[in-house]
Design a protein around this ligand. Structure first.
Ligand code: PEP
Ligand code: MG
Length: 588
């Protein structure tokens, strides 16, 4: 069983994606963050050059081996992409510049080389030539390999591993998570992150058990260690004893039994006991999740995070590429609908695709609708693609991070211009596309009555709403205890938004992670949410919860919660209430 037989060690992190899995660890080093810097003397230069040469030769050898492997497995055509990688190892511009930098700066070679390569990539990316822009990815990949050799760290690549494993990493970017091979990655553990960080959200969508917020775990675990990961409780066990493995396997079996029971309600509507029909839809990041959505029994898609189509791209996808992806989603969702959320780049997502320089406070910076209004061509390309997809299904769109009425108006001006452009081109599109506003800023909730005049629906992004209300970075594990969805301030904002929606004849949904917390379902129902949009694995449990509740009683519960002052007390009240109404979902 264990690679090294040792005494069981248990760490407590934050379980962010349910499931219990076991297997060998692979420690994934992100050396971008870990490149040491120190001064050298002129006498040490020859030794640094020698180290550099050894690393270049080793990288070349590694690339040749990968090329041979791929060629044998899937053919020479696919392997030929490594020709470009091999050229990078021999690129004199890069190498000579690094040698000059070494003499000039008198720093260690890995640091100097990293600086030179970064500059080189920035220059390539800025040239208006798709071929050169594509090469940035090659240069980055090869640079990482060279630096890994210099640091003596062999990092196995996530998407190239050929045996089942659990990933242990400092952090996983959304791009890393998208590249994960679902067949082989049984789970992941990260030092950083929170329930609402994007890799956690993706882990849940992909059905990969995960634990985050375990500082220092990369240095405590080595590749090859045997681990047991409990994504429900957040416990990570290294070298589990036989009794521990047995106990956890039983726990997982109970879970699977509950999941089987929920199969029976898959095709039924999410109707409350008093007959209120709640729309229960799914959140997705990638079209590849459509099968899981269909299998979950969701009523369409309440949030498509379109920015994930931009992952692992050096340039944004074209209008046609986006249209193809959106059309496929719209067609597959029929007879239900799909809500495309326009680009939410910035914050922790994909800044390399935008034209901006880095910001000190990206979550308070030029992100989402702000960035789209700042870069109209990027925005309009997407709007045209969504409008065109609207001709193939029931499509709506919504704008993220709205804080001002004027932002909706300006976005709509672009939308109208896009309709005209498509009409002029003679391309079919949805003429009366319904537009909604996300409620993610306290400001938006406070002026919801004004925003309601501009749109047809609201969707609350509680991940951001809680972050901005509490001034707590949603991805920072050190202050995760201050991230409180049941804080009275959050409840008041939700109530204000719901009231404003209903008074103006709009419906209001909630598509943040709060919607999948079954202990909060009674509260959200009581606050007046008409729609819940959750990651597809959570759909059956939330449906069961909704079917077990009476919305009038929940309204009374929300009233009681509103009179309390302590977030923990409100959470306990909700949990006790939920446990009374659907104990079977809590019984493990
Ligand atoms: C949210 O903020 O709740 C939301 C749904 O958007 P995202 O998680 O993509 O920021
Ligand atoms: Mg958001």
């Amino acid at each position: 069983m264990a690679a090294r037989q040792e005494r069981e060690i248990i760490w407590q992190g934050l379980g962010v994606s349910p499931g219990i899995v076991e297997g060998e660890a692979v420690v994934h080093w992100q050396n971008e963050e870990e490149i040491p810097v120190h001064n050298i003397t002129p006498e040490q230069i020859p030794a640094e050059i020698a180290r550099f040469e050894v690393a270049l030769i080793a990288t070349r050898q590694e690339l040749l081996e990968i090329q041979q492997k791929i060629s044998a497995a899937i053919g020479a055509d696919d392997a030929s992409i490594f020709d470009a990688h091999l050229l990078v190892v021999e690129d004199r511009t890069l190498i000579d510049e690094a040698l000059r930098g070494l003499e000039r700066d008198l720093n260690n070679i890995e640091f100097v080389f990293h600086q030179v390569a970064e500059k080189y990539c920035r220059t390539l990316a800025a040239i208006d030539d798709p071929y050169l822009q594509e090469r940035v990815v090659d240069v980055e990949d090869v640079t990482r390999r060279i630096i890994r050799h210099l640091l003596g760290k062999s990092r196995e690549e996530l998407h190239k591993l050929d045996r089942p494993h659990l990933i242990v990493a400092r952090n996983l970017t959304p791009s890393d998570t998208a590249l994960i091979n679902r067949e082989l990655v049984r789970g992941f553990v990260t030092e950083q992150g929170s329930r609402t960080s994007h890799s956690a959200i993706m882990a849940r969508s992909l059905g990969i058990p995960a634990i985050v917020a375990l500082p220092g775990i990369c240095t405590k675990i080595a590749t090859g260690d045997y681990l047991l990961l409990d994504g429900y409780s957040g416990k990570l066990v290294a070298y589990p004893s036989e009794e521990t493995v047995f106990a956890y396997r039983q726990k997982e079996e109970q879970q699977v039994a509950v999941a089987h029971q929920l199969e029976a309600i898959r095709e039924t509507p999410a109707k409350t006991r008093d007959g209120r029909h709640i729309v229960l839809s799914a959140n997705i990041e990638l079209p590849s999740e459509l099968d899981a959505v269909a299998a979950s029994g969701a009523e369409g898609i309440g949030l498509f995070r379109t920015e994930f189509l931009f992952l692992n791209k050096t340039v944004p996808p074209s209008e046609d590429e986006q249209y193809e992806a959106y059309r496929q989603v719209a067609e597959r969702c029929r007879p239900h609908g799909v809500i495309f959320r326009t680009l939410d780049l910035g914050g922790d997502k994909l800044m390399h695709l935008t034209e901006q320089t880095s910001e000190d406070n990206p979550f308070l910076g030029c992100r989402a609708i702000r960035l789209c209004l700042d870069q109209p061509e990027l925005f309009k390309t997407q709007l045209r693609a969504i409008l065109r997809a609207g001709a193939h299904g029931h499509v709506r769109l919504m704008y993220p991070l709205i804080g001002q009425t004027d932002e909706i108006r300006r976005a709509n001006v672009h939308l109208e211009a896009c309709k005209k452009e498509l009409a002029d081109r003679g391309v079919p599109y949805l003429h009366d596309m319904e537009v909604g506003s996300m409620i993610e800023l306290p400001a938006a909730a406070l002026i919801a009555d004004q925003l309601a005049k501009e749109v047809k629906f609201f969707s609350v992004g509680s991940n951001d709403l809680v972050q901005y209300t509490m001034a707590v970075d949603r991805g920072n594990e050190r202050i995760a205890h201050l991230y409180q969805p049941t804080h009275p301030a959050v409840l008041r904002l939700l109530a204000m938004a719901a009231t404003a929606a209903h008074e103006n004849g709009l419906w209001i949904g909630l598509c943040g992670e709060m919607a999948s917390e079954i202990h909060l379902t009674p509260l959200l129902l009581g606050l007046g949410m008409d729609e819940f949009s959750v990651g597809s694995p959570a759909v059956p449990r939330v449906k069961k919860a909704l079917q077990s509740l009476d919305s009038r009683d929940c309204k009374e519960l929300a009233g009681r919660a509103a009179r309390l002052t302590d977030p923990q007390e409100i959470e306990n009240l909700c949990r006790d209430y939920a446990k009374q109404h659907y104990p079977e979902l809590f019984d493990f």
